[in-house]
Design a protein. Structure first.
Length: 453
């Protein structure tokens, strides 16, 4: 029952991961366009408002400066009483000051007399360049009740500085300020609104992407289920005729009148080999189909893993002798393991058979069993190492995929069909273990299986 649930969730997770991958891809594209749109709109609003404010204050300073210059030229005055005012040319102008070259206030006015000390102290450290613009943050003290009409603890002031020249002599510097607090507050709120709408649209985009990816996977999942059912049915139906063919070939081998002829004998042997190959392929397909449907149950019972490994090595000894491959075996006298003995034997057979097939003549294949303690947990490790052709790094992530073969031409010559390692991985995962592979082209490959003990 536990393995059935695991198999069900394994395939559910496969489609779920694909669905979330598609969701992330679709929503990522929508979010990217949305972010670009919000950024462009925010930049456009900010640039439009600030450019308009700066244009207005430059015009205001130009008009104010021209008026002051004309007054000074007409009256030929170098100083000016601080009680003298110049009529503001704009209703949103906050102040104007003319400060002479010695840093003394020549003239000026502001919308609130209480602002003058704060404004002058803020402007004093500023050494402006010609027609320089500056945004100034003016903090209003809490005890200044006469300034509470501004309804803010801080003012954002756009200030421009312009030299005042009379008779080709620098008389002082004109400072003109405009209260832009409300405008920047508007910019802030517009940005927050855009961000809020952006978050809302992101949620909608993710939901829409999830819905669309789910719909896109419906025909794929249906086709996958049909293909899986077809493989299971076809594999089951093909077993009977293959068994009949195999029995017929074995009967032909016993007919001396046929085997005495060299051509007939070779033909019968080829038929037998191909029938065995097809039978193994069908059995592997049926095994994978049953694992997909969770019809294969893992029966865990205590058994001696060493004895199981020895029997597997003996069954493959003849295949190794044909290629003059030396088999090495390292293991303790006894390894008590709780698992499915038949499935563990199949796992060992797959790994050793692959190692022998892909190892050139005269090489070596080693099987090692061991018991360890990793992170205060007892584990059993199985290691199969060979001196074979190795696997290129780009192929390693996919070697456990069904029907995947790194070198298809070479694999066909050897007789593989790309299902063995998929079955091996399923057996390992069914025992709650994991399988790892390390390989170097031309030097060999090592498969390591770690089982909890």
């Amino acid at each position: 029952m536990k393995n059935s649930i695991r198999s069900f969730f394994h395939h559910s997770d496969m489609f779920r991961r694909t669905q979330w991958h598609l969701t992330v891809t679709y929503s990522g594209i929508l979010i990217a366009f949305l972010a670009i749109f919000i950024a462009v709109v925010s930049f456009f609003i900010h640039a439009t408002i600030t450019n308009d404010l700066e244009r207005r204050i430059r015009t205001l300073a130009e008009q104010e400066g021209q008026t002051i210059q004309n007054m000074l030229e007409e009256q030929s005055l170098i100083g000016w009483s601080t009680d003298q005012n110049v009529i503001f040319l704009s209703e949103d102008q906050l102040f104007f000051y003319v400060i002479d070259t010695r840093g003394r206030l020549m003239m000026g006015d502001e919308v609130n007399k209480g602002l003058r000390p704060l404004l002058l102290s803020t402007l004093q450290p500023w050494t402006p360049e010609k027609n320089e613009l500056k945004y100034v943050d003016l903090v209003i003290p809490h005890h200044r009740h006469e300034l509470k009409r501004f309804r803010a603890d801080a003012l954002k002031i756009l200030t421009v500085a312009r030299p005042v020249i009379v008779d080709q002599q620098l008389v002082g510097v004109l400072y003109v300020g405009m209260d832009v607090t409300s405008m920047f507050r508007l910019l802030k709120w517009s940005t927050l609104i855009l961000l809020g709408l952006g978050v809302l649209f992101i949620v909608v985009a993710v939901a829409f992407s999830y819905f669309m990816s789910r719909r896109a996977l419906v025909p794929i999942q249906d086709a996958y289920n049909r293909q899986r059912q077809f493989v299971a049915d076809a594999s089951h139906e093909l077993r009977t005729p293959l068994s009949v063919i195999f029995s017929s070939v074995e009967a032909l081998k016993m007919d001396m009148s046929l085997t005495s002829d060299e051509f007939s004998r070779k033909t019968i042997e080829r038929l037998g080999d191909e029938t065995k190959r097809m039978t193994k392929l069908i059995n592997d397909l049926l095994t994978l189909a049953r694992t997909d449907d969770a019809k294969i149950q893992i029966e865990k019972k205590p058994f001696d893993l060493r004895a199981c490994a020895e029997r597997t090595l003996q069954s493959l000894q003849e295949l190794a002798n044909k290629k003059h491959i030396v088999l090495h075996f390292h293991a303790p006298e006894q390894i008590e393991f709780v698992g499915d003995a038949d499935k563990c034997t199949q796992l060992l057979y797959i790994l050793l058979d692959n190692a022998i097939k892909y190892t050139p003549e005269g090489g070596t294949v080693s099987l090692s069993l061991a018991q360890h303690v990793i992170k205060q947990r007892k584990v059993v490790t199985i290691s199969v190492a060979d001196t074979g052709i190795g696997i290129a790094p780009e192929h390693l992530p996919r070697i456990f995929d069904r029907f995947y073969r790194a070198d298809k031409a070479r694999t066909r010559q050897i007789g593989g069909h790309g299902l063995g390692l998929s079955i091996a991985k399923w057996i390992v995962e069914a025992h709650e273990g994991n399988i790892q592979v390390q390989s170097e082209v031309g030097k060999g490959t090592t498969f390591t299986v770690i089982f909890p003990h």
